[in-house]
Design a binder for this molecule. Structure first.
Ligand code: COI
Length: 357
């Protein structure tokens, strides 16, 4: 399929952010977007890059009523010499196809959407920010557009990609965050949609996060839905702990999002010869390790923040300080390693980086 390009007219171009130090996350979008449509019996068609614009959606579009919506988050990075790199982009589209299967939505041709992603970035290449710590966030999205109010998988979908320059996801940046162990609300249950990147999971997480924020926490630490016992994710990120020299993260049992950064951390930790274990960790064991000083580090991983160190865990009103409230050594080393690969500053033994310009 050909990708038709309608370039924005000069008067449609937006001003680029003047200060890359203050980009924040998620407020700025570029001049263009990628779109394509899907219909039952026809497949994907009408791939195009157009000036960024609002969507006309039928009020009866099924995504608005029954939540058939999936998305991805990935980034492009600019190296010191001006090159532009993608990081493990194919993995995001593989995951998007798994999300699509779970939500009864059509799968994508991965090579084709990668081509569309690159073409869109190159169209808006001047928007890829230049400072270390900034990047171009890429948000592929798919939603059910067929107007119909009966509950069943839709027969029509829209796929689009929007992109925008971003800085740090959390205002704390790399300063450790305080997290609250959530033992009332749950994010996802095994057998549900927790391992799919779908809007409803994020909607389900908002109330707990808002209540935690009111109490001064940045995020919540989720426990498993069946027992409220095993540690799962932190906010919208995967979670890692370093206990007695062992790096631990929750296994992918169905309620955990299979994060690309999670997988990168696992591979790097193993590559460094450290002990890396995917296993269920009971909150009592985590708290016991924190009390006895065996919990050396805790950090979240995600595309948006890369590594987000945790400096305090609060469980049933009791605060536990982690790594003296500072960023731990391993967290810092992992951050440096991943970011250096992303920006093309060091060799990439894993084959994760793809130069696109
Ligand atoms: C991430 O990249 O860590 C996320 O999942 C956050 C994103 C939904 C903004």
């Amino acid at each position: 399929m050909e990708i038709k390009v309608i370039a924005a007219r000069p008067e449609q171009l937006k001003p680029k952010p003047a200060d890359e130090g203050n980009l924040g996350f998620g407020d700025i979008v570029t001049d263009h977007m990628f779109l394509m449509d899907w219909e039952k019996g026809k497949g994907w068609f009408n791939a195009r890059i157009e000036p960024y614009h609002a969507l006309a959606i039928d009020p009866a579009a099924m995504a608005l009523h029954y939540g058939q919506e999936i998305f991805e988050g990935l980034k492009a990075y600019r190296g010191k010499d001006g090159s532009i790199y993608l990081f493990r982009a194919g993995e995001n589209y593989v995951r998007m196809n798994r999300s699509a299967a779970r939500l009864c939505m059509p799968e994508l041709d991965i090579d084709f959407v990668l081509e569309g992603t690159k073409k869109l970035i190159l169209q808006d290449r001047e928007w890829v920010p230049r400072s270390r710590g900034t990047s171009l966030y890429i948000r592929p999205t798919m939603l059910a557009t067929e107007p119909h109010l009966g509950v069943r998988p839709a027969n029509g979908y829209l796929f689009f990609i929007i992109i925008g320059p971003v800085g740090a996801y959390y205002k704390e940046g790399l300063n450790p965050v305080k997290i609250h162990v959530e033992d009332r609300y749950v994010r996802a249950a095994v057998g549900g949609t927790g391992e799919a990147k779908t809007a409803g999971n994020y909607a389900a997480s908002l109330l707990a996060a808002e209540e935690a924020k009111k109490k001064g926490f940045t995020q919540v630490l989720w426990l498993d839905a069946a027992h409220r016992k095993y540690v799962e994710e932190v906010g919208t990120m995967n979670m890692f702990f370093v206990i007695d020299g062992e790096v631990i993260t929750a296994p992918l049992t169905g309620s955990i999002l299979p994060g690309v950064t999670r997988d990168s951390v696992i591979q790097i930790v193993k590559h460094w010869g450290l002990k890396m274990t995917e296993k269920s960790l009971a909150i009592e064991d985590l708290i016991g390790a924190a009390e006895s000083g065996r919990l050396k580090e805790a950090f979240g991983t995600g595309t948006a923040a890369v590594i987000s160190p945790v400096g305090q865990i609060t469980f049933r009103g009791k605060d536990f300080i982690v790594a003296g409230g500072k960023m731990g050594d391993l967290s810092q080393r992992l951050y440096n390693e991943i970011v250096a690969i992303q920006y093309g500053e060091k060799e990439d033994p894993y084959g994760w980086r793809a130069k696109i310009a």
